[in-house]
Design a protein around this ligand. Structure first.
Ligand SMILES: O=C[C@H](O)COP(=O)(O)O
Length: 261
């Protein structure tokens, strides 16, 4: 099954709402409509920027989408500081990142939490981008494939095939995030192929062939072409390079197959 590439820019805790407007305007200016037939492009700003991005995207009828970096597992109630899937849906979010390694590590999120958040996203019609990835110790021990398969199984445990068909998976080796140390294209393909095979076990080969599997970790305009050229890599979750309009637009255009903007 042909899968349309997805380039998702995770801004992490960067840019206020005014800076967000400026960045989205620049990206949109650099990526005319013709690119969006061949690539989906989404920006993932901090919560405080989402309403401004929504106003811009809807007002100017931009073709890029936007999402959030996290979602509560709960619908509403006494959960100070949390943001629900219902709230994000009302803001027009298409995607939400779930289980990013920074949340798993810094906020002690385990697979059960990631699963609950994935369900909360799906319940509200938002596509979860479910992140998995091994640390350097696991990679050096040569256990990265089994580690990622286990993390994926835990993060999707009990979901129906119908729900699995609606998720995006992002493979992000922790040692490659923000380090400039990108996995080789072969490394990315090895794990993304194992992810797809596992999705086949959890749902069906047909479902697995339609799910987009992204790579993340020091992706930029120079390396994105080789990475998304791999059979089982359907795009990228981009951190640092997504904060630079020119570079993000260029790598999105490369994922679309060109030409360069
Ligand atoms: O969500 C994005 C990833 O953590 C990758 O970040 P990076 O591109 O800055 O390495």
């Amino acid at each position: 099954m042909a899968r349309k590439p997805l380039i998702a820019g995770n801004w992490k805790m960067n840019l206020n709402h005014l800076e967000a407007i400026a960045l989205v305007q620049k990206i949109a200016f650099s990526l005319p409509a013709k690119y969006f037939d061949k690539v989906d492009v989404t920006v993932i700003p901090p919560f405080t920027d989402i309403r401004s991005v929504q106003t811009l995207v809807e007002g100017d009828k931009l073709l890029l989408t936007y999402g959030a970096q996290d979602v509560s597992a709960h619908d509403s109630g006494a959960y100070t500081g949390e943001i629900s899937g219902f709230m994000l849906a009302k803001l027009g979010c298409t995607f939400v990142v779930v289980g990013h390694s920074e949340r798993r590590t810094l906020h002690c999120e385990d697979n059960d939490t990631v699963l609950a958040k994935t369900k909360a996203a799906l319940k509200n019609g938002i596509t979860p981008i479910v992140c998995i990835g091994e640390g350097l110790d696991v990679r050096e021990a040569g256990e990265h494939v089994s580690y990622n398969v286990e993390q994926l199984r835990g993060s999707l445990a009990g979901l129906s095939a119908e729900d699995i068909a609606k998720v995006v998976i992002a493979y992000e080796p922790v040692w490659a995030i923000g380090t400039g140390r990108v996995a080789s294209a072969a490394d990315a393909q090895e794990v993304c192929a194992a992810i797809r095979a596992t999705l086949g076990d959890l749902a069906s080969p047909d479902v697995a062939s339609g799910v987009r599997v992204l790579y993340g970790g020091s992706v930029n305009a120079k390396n994105v072409g080789e990475i998304v050229g791999q059979t089982d890599v359907d795009g990228a979750l981009v951190g640092g390079a997504s904060l630079k309009a020119d570079e993000f637009a260029t790598l999105s255009a490369i994922a679309a197959g060109g030409p360069l903007p």
